[in-house]
Every structure is written in C-alpha cells, then in structure tokens.
Ligand binder design. Structure first.
Ligand code: FE
Ligand code: FE
Ligand code: ZN
Ligand code: FE
Length: 187
C-alpha cells in the first residue's frame, strides 16, 4: 500500500496540516475489525445451526450440500481466526444480530412446514439468505483489507467469499428440482 500523506490547506496563510495516513485510516480499520468480530460470531453460530437444518432436510442432494458447507464453515472459523492474526488482533467474537435473526427465521420456516420437499425448499430459502449475508460481508471485508494494505488478509477473505458464492450457486441448482417437486405437494 502507498504510504501517502494527505495535505490539507487551512486558508491562505496558515501552515499546511499533514494528516498521517495511519490516523486517517484508523476509523476504517476499526470498522473492519469490528465487522470481522461480527462475522466470526456468525460463522460460529452457523456451525451450530447447520446441523439442525441437516436433520430437517430430506433431499439427499440437499443434505450432502449442507454437510459439505458445514465442514467448509468449520474451516472458515479457523480462516477468520487467521485473518485476526494477520491483523495482529486477538480473535474475538461480537454478537451478530443479523445472523441471529436469519438463524431464528430458519427455525421458524422449519416449524411452519411439513418435513419433505416443501420444508426442503424452505431450508434452501433460509440457507440462501444466510449465504447472501455472508457474500455481502466478505465482499466488503475483502475490499476494506485491500484498501488498508492488508493483502494477505484480503486474499484469505476472497477465498472465503468464493466458498460462500459456491454454496449459494449449489443451493440454487438444488432448488430447481426441489421447487418443482414442492409445487406438486398439496399436503
Ligand atoms: Fe461462512
Ligand atoms: Fe452481522
Ligand atoms: Zn438474496
Ligand atoms: Fe456460508
């Protein structure tokens, strides 16, 4: 990253005020670390929520996709810890209100549906909301890391971002057949 200093001219005759880059970027860095704590909490919460979704699913294809993503999610917890380490920060979780809400919604959807294709369609709905939240988060975290000159962190965040995108694409593909089956389910 370029170590630029920003020059600010305070009127005609006043001396030049030099804003050091480290000071100027501190606010964004704090926001970055805070958002990392949030997604760290979210990933850990998902390692507990996914098994419940797996238990409720019936489609073999959906079950195996969720099982695979559970494993990926467990590895993401470790990857996020590595990002903290790259930043010289202690890995610390901060409750993510949004993920708590999305997980709660997944539970409500499962309660409101009969076990079978319709509940499977609901699990995909809830799962894709989760993936989209993660895609938005990691996309932003990755650009924060890049602009802050944290290149190693940026590439690891990009790796996680791609895993979330893969999960979303896979769920979309599975939903094609499940939704067709669900529309014929009149129970
Ligand atoms: Fe994740
Ligand atoms: Fe959050
Ligand atoms: Zn979406
Ligand atoms: Fe995910």
């Amino acid at each position: 990253m370029e170590k630029n200093s920003k020059s600010v001219q305070n009127g005609k005759n006043s001396p030049e005020v030099v804003v050091e880059n480290s000071d100027a970027s501190q606010g964004l860095r704090d926001l970055f670390v805070d958002a990392l704590r949030d997604i760290y909490w979210a990933e850990k919460a998902l390692t507990k929520a996914l098994p419940k979704m797996i238990k409720n699913a019936t489609s073999e294809e959906l079950i195996s996709a969720l099982e695979e993503h559970l494993e990926v999610t467990q590895q993401q917890v470790t990857k996020v810890e590595q990002v903290f380490e790259m930043l010289g920060e202690k890995a610390q979780a901060k409750k993510c209100e949004a993920m708590e809400g999305l997980i709660k919604e997944a539970g409500e959807i499962m309660e409101a549906t009969e076990k079978g294709v319709v509940r499977d369609a609901g699990i995909i709905l809830a799962g894709q909301k989760v993936e989209h939240y993660e895609i938005a988060t990691y996309g932003t975290l990755r650009s924060f890391a890049k602009i802050l000159g944290e290149d190693k962190a940026a590439s690891l965040l990009k790796e996680i971002l791609n895993e979330e995108k893969d999960a979303d694409v896979k769920l979309s593909a599975i939903s094609d057949s499940i939704n067709v089956a669900a529309v014929h389910e009149h129970a």
